[in-house]
Design a protein around this ligand. Sequence first.
Ligand code: PMP
Length: 406
Amino acid sequence: MDITDIRQSFPVLNQDVNGHPLVYLDSSATSQKPESVIAALDDYYRSYNSNVHRGVHTLGTRATDAYEGARENVRAFINASSTEEIIFTRGTTTSINTIAYGYGLDFVSEGDEIVLTPMEHHANLIPWQQVAKKTGATLKYIPMQADGTVTVEDINETVTDRTKIVAMAHVSNVLGTINPIKETAQVAHRHGAVIVVDGAQGVPHMSVDVTDLDADFYVFSGHKMLGPTGIGVLYGKKALLNQMEPVETGGEMIDFVDYYDASWKELPWKFEAGTPHVAGAVGLSAAIDFLNDIGMDTVHQHEEELLSYAFNQLEKVDDLEIYGPNERAGLVTFNMKDVHPHDVATVLDADGIAVRAGHHCAQPLMKWLDVTATARASFYLYNTKDDVDALVKGLQKTKEFFGNVL
Ligand code: PMP
């Protein structure tokens, strides 16, 4: 598929915003959806909407087949060994909370350590703070290099025999840092700890193989990978999931219920209480098909090309500070000297350019960067060099505007 075809598959991109063609550079917050995903949702609601796993009627069977088929599609996409290890959740945040409360509270005790990095999104930070508070465990941070990376030596230094959990982003949503997950998993396992990988910015942008990484838990959100909102994935090794109690209980997840006790269904349904987001799973599956048609290596390569072009072109903008390492995922986080990032984003928006400004749900990282907020432009498979050119022009205009005002 060439880039023109790809762009044409995303109806939202084909519009003017504030009188200018939309330049969407906020895919790290949420990605746009191709026609095939929108059509899959539409088809589900129009032709076979039904609850799953209970009805014997035809629509119920169709919905169940589609829902369980989506699970298999997810399994293959991340190379998990079994669909028992693929749990549908509302997204990354819910997945991490399920692990923190379902695993953390039961397997972490006073005096134990939970190891994190300073670049974690709040979703992979606050649940662990809560576990630490409730259990008496200690939070420890792997130090970061000046460029926003962590070294395997420092990981080795930080993780000890007291460490029970290492929680780490695969890819930082602010710095674009790609963390050494495989090496960290080895260190964690050597000390008898488990690794929880926040893959919210990993799976959408690169080929991920949870078996090769040897991740114990790996979580992500559908909406950042062309799928709908409200659907996400918790991958966990079967042996660990089997040890865990479900955090949510109720309908759908039970085997047998009596007045005073109940038993649970087998994996993965034990963790899916209530009516699931069937349409979401169907839409996510269509998103995976779309990504597979293009190929994750092609997606990754496209973003790398855009990133290196962006690095080059952004040199034309004066007084721009770019944060994060040179080798990184397809996003650029920056500040313009003496201009608040919200003002940068507002001026860009007037020209139809959508970037994110704020703390990006990573306030400790903002502290580490010694800023209160930053602007961020993030790329995906539908972005082009023209989008980068528009960004550069918009930033030059911002600079001129504020240069004259200040
Ligand atoms: N982790 C990272 C690295 C993220 O970028 C995000 C989304 N910004 C999340 C977690 C949370 O994802 P969600 O809001 O879909 O639960």
